[in-house]
Ligand binder design. Structure first.
Ligand SMILES: Nc1ncnc2c1ncn2[C@@H]1O[C@H](COP(=O)(O)OP(=O)(O)OP(=O)(O)O)[C@@H](O)[C@H]1O
Length: 205
């Protein structure tokens, strides 16, 4: 299982954002996306994950092995932490294992309604979803936003010592160092030439 990207071009709102991207990520490896605000990290991650089509090139990894995570993580406010995780496990036909509560520091929050969690706690729950759904190829958009230093370290440990150690793959847009010893891809040189058409995609706003 390898993630292979060939001559990819991506667009947002009908306007090309990045072009000419080729790279591959092997099992057990992560790739960190770098670049200034607005360069196209979110657009690229969404395209890699199959949430929007590329305008050129190809993205290859085994079907049904990918998962995209951003701040809009689909937490159900009226369910407890445990019920949220059980729901996601169920949808993916996976078992909800106790170690997930520990890995994401949710042990004391098991019975709390998700709607009552703080921003950082919600983020931990959203990230814990990745620990239950058993997907091999993770596309992570600023996963550590709202997390305190301790939680960042916990998440980095899970990523390194569980997900990657078991042969998973991760492509991560992050402005902070997760201590992963992963290669970085600066997207700046891949900025698409300006497109006179411009455009707007209301559904994506
Ligand atoms: N509806 C739209 N129409 C045209 N351009 C858009 C539209 N929505 C976003 N863009 C532009 O697309 C570009 C890529 O945005 P994207 O969110 O992928 O960047 P990013 O690298 O993730 O940014 P950040 O680091 O700020 O999160 C930006 O320059 C943005 O202004």
């Amino acid at each position: 299982m390898v993630l292979t990207v060939s001559d990819l071009a991506v667009a947002r709102g009908g306007a090309p954002v990045l072009e000419g991207l080729s790279f591959s990520v092997a099992p057990g490896e992560a790739l960190v996306l770098r670049g200034p605000n607005g360069i196209g990290k979110t657009t690229l991650l969404r395209t890699l994950a199959g949430l929007q089509p590329p305008i050129a090139g190809t993205v290859n990894f085994p079907e049904d092995t990918g998962a995209y995570a951003s701040h809009a993580d689909g937490i159900k406010a009226q369910l407890t932490v445990t019920e949220n995780l059980a729901f996601w496990a169920d949808v993916h036909g996976a078992d909800l294992v106790d170690s997930v509560f520990e890995a994401f520091d949710l042990v004391d929050l098991r019975d709390r309604f998700a709607g009552t969690l703080s921003a950082g706690q919600k983020r931990r729950l959203g990230l814990a979803r990745l620990g239950v759904i058993g997907r091999d190829v993770l596309f992570l958009d600023e996963p550590t936003v709202s997390l305190d230093g301790f939680s960042v370290k916990m998440f980095a440990s899970w990523l390194r010592d569980t997900h990657l150690a078991l042969g998973g793959i991760a492509v991560i847009a992050t402005h902070i160092d997760l201590g992963l010893d992963a290669p970085e891809l600066d997207l700046t040189p891949f900025k698409a030439a300006p497109d006179a058409r411009g455009g707007s995609d209301e559904a994506f706003l």
